[in-house]
Design a protein around this ligand. Structure first.
Ligand code: HEC
Length: 147
């Protein structure tokens, strides 16, 4: 009788341990899992940048970018800032075709909304400043022959 009781007890402890390990490994696996590609809603493409092509705003935007975005995105926007190695997913390369091929509206939407670990800038910068940042990102595009 007594022996039976202990045996059952051990079985319970084992079940609890296995469940615990299973939950723990699921949590670890999830934290490493790739997030789905970040897509802006189609409606964002309809927003138009009131400052596109306006060179006078770029100096201002560069200051904002250098102070706020380069820690992750790097000073040339390549996604290689000092904080980048610890981040998952990695910061986007703003000079890449993947970013440059998106509409101004899509980039505006993304930097307004943010997505972990990228913060939301909706309440940090006003609309004008966020459009200026989009215009600045355009200057980071890789051009042929530029390394
Ligand atoms: C804490 C690090 C961090 C900071 C600071 C940060 N970003 Fe990001 N950013 C990221 C990461 C990580 C991604 C990729 C997110 C994803 O794919 O889910 C990203 C993606 C983006 C994208 C979308 C690119 C794409 O591939 O579609 C834009 C636009 C962007 N960032 C702009 C900015 C701007 C502008 C600033 C500064 C005002 C900034 N980010 C500051 C980490 C950061």
């Amino acid at each position: 009788m007594i022996k039976n009781y202990f045996l059952r007890h051990i079985v319970y402890i084992r079940i609890i341990m296995i469940a615990f390990i299973a939950i723990l490994s699921l949590m670890i696996a999830r934290s490493f899992a790739q997030q789905p590609k970040w897509e802006a809603p189609k409606t964002a493409d309809n927003l138009s940048n009131p400052f596109s092509g306006n060179a006078s705003v770029l100096a201002d935007a560069k200051k904002i970018y250098t102070a706020n975005c380069t820690p992750c995105h790097g000073d040339k926007g390549r996604g290689d800032g000092p904080a980048a190695p610890g981040l998952n997913p990695k910061p986007a390369d703003h000079s890449s075709a993947a970013v440059q091929s998106q509409s101004d509206g899509a980039l505006f939407w993304k930097l307004s909304e943010g997505r972990m670990p990228m913060p939301s800038y909706k309440n940090v910068f006003n609309e004008q400043q966020r459009w200026e940042l989009v215009s600045f990102i355009r200057t980071l595009a890789k051009s042929p022959g530029k390394k």
